[in-house]
Write a protein that binds this ligand. Structure first.
Ligand code: SF4
Ligand code: SF4
Ligand code: FES
Length: 587
């Protein structure tokens, strides 16, 4: 990991574009003598006027950031708040009083008393010129471009362009559909050379695959020979590309972006819990993109998380309940059978005869109701959570722990994921001590130590899962539960931050959130709580579990909140809080 010092934003102007007024330079406009008064600024702040709106920002903030704070959009291509300032697209030019030339807002530091115009005739004329310049060699690809609908060239042309072309000559041609990496495709003709992708690889992923080769209108972004764009965060280059030059292959030609419904949620690929938008069309997830959360993932997410929704479609879904010996069982019949089996096993097998293995991929609400129903009512005395680890924590976001709610399970008092505890239960199945097992959200036969012969020793195997699996096939009773994107609920990431997942899809067949199935099972053991919604369950957790004391579902908002008794000190992670790709000194 590089020293964060080396990637601090270069707030001073690039050498070729002096932003400091030349000594004795003539003022271009009189001071806003009769304009709005400047507000009082604190010792670390500066006050300035932008389009007659007074604004106070932190020292070091740029004019573009100050404008953003004042609610004024300064159009820009190359500026990105998570990367250093390149100042190459010139789209953010603004007029600063007392400076004869227009200045780039992204690299001009706001100064006390500055008077800025972002939308006068002079600025508008230059913007239209920049648009015309950028479009000279840009192909007319919008009808076949995946970026259409969220492309800056398109929307800025609508808002600031001339609306017609004066360029009659042949455009420069470059490679199109070029495999620049495993998952990203490059169309060099669409590239506007903003260098965002290059800076991402240099500063955030720190993998350094990309560079700008050649000069002038022959300049082209490319990967170094033998080093394709294959870092674990390569999809972020497509996110930061302001045009359709870099596109994420799995999403190409899947859906027009204006048909997508973006649902704010959280990635469940690892214990980081990156904030994401889940984009659906016709009840199918087509894309996941990062959603900004400075405390968790800044602007980024990893490629594995971006495609984690594939698991939803990679195996056949389990849609109807199964109760051995009861063909075409209804959910109620299956639940009756499950409750009867567990009750009999607990009675005949004695204390410790029924155990449970539940997944830390379940929501907090699922785990809480599982604890209440299985632990307090159904006679389950031992409960274990399998651990799923892979690789190592990296310098940015990726966590070795692939269970997104391990911390939530711990804070609820269920214990941390532990392969040893799972093994102990399986050993007791082998020895005959454990005769009944409830498995929620795990394919037991995919875990080390489990075998079909072992499961056949059980007199009660009750399984809740979203997919068909060898474990479901061997269950006495199995009930279909929701998969990722199909339920409302919360998870606690490794930092101890509680975050909301939202339902983006209708679940298939008779699948239901696990908490609802467990609630119905609980009713057969005397559960009286209503538990009508995930919100209601979470609010009970906030009222009864000390680690969540005082938290409410509503208070979590879109960005989540630290669990009062569960925040992990020093676990902010390198991807945020001043690390690579963190939000830059802003307004
Ligand atoms: S590929 Fe996209 S992000 Fe990279 S320089 Fe070109 S326009 Fe910018
Ligand atoms: S780092 Fe983890 S939570 Fe973030 S996108 Fe990747 S898998 Fe998902
Ligand atoms: S955004 Fe300022 S020069 Fe590109």
């Amino acid at each position: 990991m590089g020293d964060p010092e080396t990637i601090e934003p270069r707030l001073s102007p690039p050498p070729h574009q002096p932003n400091v007024p030349a000594p004795g330079a003539a003022a271009v406009a009189p001071a806003a003598a009769a304009g709005p008064a400047l507000p009082q600024a604190g010792p670390d702040e500066v006050a300035l006027l932008i389009d007659d709106r007074p604004v106070v920002v932190r020292k070091g903030a740029t004019v573009l950031q100050a404008a953003e704070k004042a609610g004024i959009l300064v159009p820009h291509y190359c500026y990105h708040p998570g990367m250093s300032i390149a100042g190459n697209c010139r789209m953010c030019l603004v007029e600063v009083e007392k400076m004869p030339k227009l200045q780039i807002g992204c690299a001009t530091v706001a100064a006390p008393g500055m008077v800025v115009r972002t939308n006068n005739e002079r600025v508008r004329g230059v913007r239209a010129g920049i648009q015309e310049f950028l479009l000279i060699n840009h192909p007319l690809d919008c009808p076949i471009c995946d970026q259409a609908g969220e492309c800056r060239l398109q929307s800025y042309e609508k808002d600031y362009g001339r609306g017609y072309s004066r360029f009659a000559e042949e455009k420069v041609h470059f490679p199109k559909r070029y495999d620049i990496g495993r998952s990203v495709l490059f169309d060099a003709e669409r590239c506007i050379k903003c260098t965002r992708c290059i800076r991402f690889c240099d500063e955030v992923s720190q993998s350094h695959e990309l560079a700008l080769f050649s000069r002038g209108d022959h300049a082209i972004v490319g990967a170094f020979p033998g080093r394709p764009l294959d870092n674990p965060y390569s999809g972020c280059t497509a996110d930061v590309c302001p045009v359709g030059a870099l596109t994420w292959k799995p999403f190409r030609f899947k859906a027009r972006v204006w048909f997508l419904k973006n649902v704010p949620s959280v990635c469940a690929g690892c214990a980081r819990g990156c904030n994401v938008n889940v984009a659906t069309f016709r009840n199918r997830i087509h894309r996941m993109t990062p959603r900004v959360n400075a405390d968790v993932n800044a602007y980024w997410m990893c490629d594995a998380g971006r495609q984690s929704y594939d698991t939803l479609y990679s195996r056949p879904r389990f849609e109807r309940p199964i109760a051995r010996g009861l063909p075409d069982a209804t959910v109620d019949q299956a639940l009756d059978r499950a409750a009867a089996l567990l009750r009999d096993t607990a009675k005949t097998g004695g204390k410790g005869a029924v155990a449970a293995i539940v997944s830390a991929r379940l929501s907090l609400e699922d785990l809480y109701v599982a604890k209440r129903v299985l632990g307090e009512l159904a006679g389950v005395t031992r409960l274990a959570i399998p651990s799923h680890e892979e690789g190592e924590d990296d310098h940015l976001l990726i966590r070795r722990d692939k269970t997104p709610n391990a911390r939530g399970a711990e804070l609820l008092g269920l214990g941390a994921p532990s392969s040893e505890r799972v093994k102990e239960i399986l050993d007791d199945v082998a020895s005959g001590r454990v005769k009944g097992l409830v498995v929620v959200g795990e394919d037991l036969l995919a875990l080390p130590g489990a075998s079909p012969a072992l499961l056949d020793r059980l007199s009660a195997l009750v399984v809740l899962d979203a997919w068909k699996s060898p474990t479901v096939d061997r269950a006495h009773v199995a009930l279909p539960s929701c998969g990722y994107g199909e339920f409302e609920g919360t998870m606690v990431n490794f930092q101890g931050r509680v975050q909301r997942l939202r339902a983006a899809l209708r679940p298939p067949g008779e699948a239901d959130p696990a908490w609802r199935i467990l609630r119905e099972m609980g009713r057969r053991f005397g559960l009286t709580s209503e538990y009508a919604t995930a919100r209601e369950i979470f609010d009970e957790v906030g009222a009864k579990v000390p680690a969540f004391s005082g938290l409410t579902f509503r208070a979590l908002g879109d960005l989540g909140a630290p669990a009062p008794g569960g925040a992990t000190p020093g676990a902010a992670g390198a991807g945020v809080s001043g690390g690579p790709g963190a939000p830059r000194a802003g307004a």
